[in-house]
Design a protein around this ligand. Structure first.
Ligand code: C2E
Ligand code: MG
Ligand code: MG
Length: 406
């Protein structure tokens, strides 16, 4: 898009705010809302589009500007806005757009939109438009990826989205209220049973005082685009734990949607650069199914993690698309064999050859193997006999919010 194609009044107002921001050294930011109108009823789309502007406008400050940038993208311009306010507005909008009581039809709201923020200062109108276009492209990529992920997990997602307890606004509020916390589950050496590290698992305390495990809300958060908020919060909580104990090693799970959101990596970089003593103590677990959808992007992400000194683990190995590229690429330190192959092992179990094959493959590459979902003594004994390096599961210890290391 060129400046001429943009409405004259918008170009003028952007010029004004750019001028103001440069003169008074004020930070500013913008958020994009993208709509995928393919494969949907065009009347539905037209209806939704007409509702979008008032919904956006109602949920930003009066000084913020909302405008339609192209047929399928809106920009919200936030004058005098730092990173915190940008994130706040971003998550407010994400939450509002996916709420059941908005004017946006329910059957369209979850899969059609993604909201994304940026606070990258630019000086000229041309650069600003380029920044819009860049973010819109990223948002469209996320949308495409989300759709792919939804298709693979449609059953459970439908079940969840029928339950208002797991709506995006509920999750959003939970984070704002600090009701998201970590449970820690130890991963132990299979021979010495000594602690290797703890895996951090997200938990939510709901209004009835009930603790929800990650399995109950993570896929819903991936669907609604809230997952980077969860992963961001988990990153912060895990880093706080590491700062309080210099011997501690933790692993956190990161969704593929977060992996393509530069904000999460940016924060991690800032934290680890400021505190070199944290380096090497925060492992990142990436789920095989999500990681392997785009090999190049995931290798790029993993490379950046390695450069930051974060060991990388491929989670749920064997449950998704097997890609040997990652194992070959010398970037991965650990592979976690999916619990379905580990559960209830007996001598002669048909899963044993599979476990051996993974062990042989990873050992050759110098990659450590973890078996997750160890629930009984016999399973544990067989895994130790198969020289699986580390074990994790209820039989060893359940995830708990008590800090086993203090
Ligand atoms: P995961 O990373 O593979 O974590 C293992 C899951 O299995 C956890 O469920 C854990 O509580 C459960 N588990 C551990 N030992 C056993 C066992 O012996 N038997 C059985 N049946 N289950 C066991 P949880 O906490 O509900 O988490 C589910 C998934 O949600 C995780 O699978 C992970 O993929 C995702 N997740 C958890 N926390 C986060 C997070 O902070 N961010 C993101 N993006 N995903 C997360
Ligand atoms: Mg994990
Ligand atoms: Mg797993």
């Amino acid at each position: 898009m060129t400046i001429n194609e943009l409405s004259r009044s918008f170009s003028a107002s952007i010029n004004d705010v750019l001028d103001y921001a440069t003169r008074f050294q004020k930070p500013y930011g913008f958020i994009v809302v993208v709509l995928d109108h393919m494969n949907e009823d065009q009347n539905d789309i037209a209806n939704m589009t007409s509702q979008l502007y008032p919904t956006l406008k109602k949920n930003v400050r009066v000084t913020d500007t909302v405008f339609r940038f192209s047929q399928d993208a809106w920009i919200i311009w936030l004058d005098d806005c730092d990173d915190r306010l940008l994130q706040w507005t971003l998550y407010t909008l994400q939450s509002v757009l996916h709420r059941r009581d908005t004017q946006i039809p329910n059957h369209l709201q979850d899969t059609l939109m993604v909201v994304r923020g940026s606070c990258s200062p630019t000086n000229t109108l041309n650069q600003t438009i380029k920044a819009f276009e860049h973010e819109i492209q990223l948002a469209k990529d996320s949308l495409r990826r989300l759709k792919m992920m939804h298709l693979t997990a449609l059953g459970s997602i439908n079940a969840l989205s029928d339950n208002p307890a797991y709506s995006a606004s509920f999750i959003h509020q939970t984070i704002l209220d600090n009701r998201l916390f970590l449970a820690f589950q130890p991963v132990v050496d299979s021979t010495s049973r000594q602690l290797g590290y703890y895996e951090c698992l997200a938990r939510i305390l709901d209004h009835n005082g009930q603790i929800l495990p990650a399995g109950a809300f993570i896929s819903q958060c991936e669907k609604t685009g809230l997952i980077p908020l969860i992963d961001q919060k988990v990153q912060q909580l895990a880093i706080e734990e590491l700062m309080n104990d210099r011997h501690l090693q933790l692993a956190i799970n990161v969704s593929a949607i977060t992996a393509i959101d530069p904000q999460w990596l940016r924060t991690l970089k800032v934290q680890l650069t400021a505190r070199p003593d944290l380096q090497g103590r925060l492992m990142i677990e990436l789920t095989e199914t999500s990681v392997f959808q785009n090999i190049d992007e995931s290798i790029e992400f993993i490379t950046q993690l390695r450069d930051l000194g974060c060991p990388v683990s491929i989670d749920d190995f064997g449950a998704g698309y097997m890609s040997l590229t990652h194992l070959k690429s010398d970037l991965v330190q650990t592979v976690k064999i999916d619990a379905q192959f580990v559960k209830d092992l007996k001598p002669g179990s048909h899963n044993i050859p599979f476990i051996r094959a993974i062990k042989a493959l990873t050992q050759h590459q110098g990659i450590k193997c973890v078996a997750e979902g160890v629930e009984d003594a016999q399973t544990l004994a067989i895994l130790a006999q198969e020289h699986i390096d580390y074990l994790q599961g209820y039989y060893i210890d359940k995830p708990s919010h008590f800090r086993g290391w203090t």
